[in-house]
Design a protein. Structure first.
Length: 221
């Protein structure tokens, strides 16, 4: 059993990660700004523990993640400024660093974006024509957050970033997926897609296997 602190537990991906981790018997603490937004919180009946915390505040992060083995961020900016993704990444790393060397530092697993992945033709996803401006801004914010993570020595904080396929949406949990690193994973028709349920499977698999420390990787059907 792994003790997991999860930011973004009320979002589309975060809720799937929460349920997937709990169904495998892990101990999950959902860290949220408003605990009332997580139905069943504190019941202990499949909801996990819930604490108040702010992913954008390193001091709050440090307090919330102390004593955990892994910190997961499925935080998304919503309709707000996508640049807060970089703030969140810095805050997560800063919060973990603030714990000092007296206890083992938790690993950090961050949900990234697909925009910076290379397509089979060579350009990155965000270089494809026709990407709407708001989506492009979100893609580049995820890319900036990844660029920051790559400056963090894995010996200091054992971090991993998991990027989804080009298309991700709620769907079936098949328990299967294909892996890639910095290249978009596509099927025989040239499509890149995954359900949020299988994305959560891959993320919890990474929690259990610790196979991509200091790396970004991606998954698709």
């Amino acid at each position: 059993m792994t003790k997991i602190a999860l930011f973004g537990a009320t979002g589309t991906i975060g809720t799937r990660v929460l349920h997937e981790a709990l169904r495998r018997g892990h101990e999950v603490t959902a860290v949220v700004r408003d605990p009332a937004k997580l139905p069943g919180s504190g019941s202990g009946a499949g909801a996990g523990a819930v604490v108040r915390g702010d992913v954008l505040d390193p001091a709050s992060v440090g307090e919330a993640v102390a004593g955990h083995d892994v910190v997961v961020s499925a935080f998304g900016p919503g309709p707000g400024n996508p640049a807060v993704l970089v703030t969140a990444a810095r805050s997560l790393i800063g919060g973990v660093r603030s714990l000092g060397a007296d206890a083992p530092a938790p690993r950090v697993v961050i949900v990234g974006g697909a925009g910076s992945l290379r397509t089979p033709g060579g350009p990155r996803v965000w270089d494809q024509p026709g990407v709407p401006a708001p989506v492009l801004a979100l893609m580049h914010a995820h890319g900036d957050a990844l660029d920051y993570l790559r400056t963090v020595p894995v010996e200091e904080v054992r971090w991993t970033c998991l990027s989804p396929a080009a298309q991700i949406a709620p769907g079936e949990r098949t328990g299967t997926y294909r892996l890639g690193l910095d290249d978009l994973v596509v099927d025989d028709e040239g499509l890149s897609r995954i359900s949020t349920e299988d994305f959560a499977v891959a993320l919890v698999d990474e929690i259990e296997r610790d196979a991509h420390a200091g790396r970004r990787f991606t998954v698709a059907h």
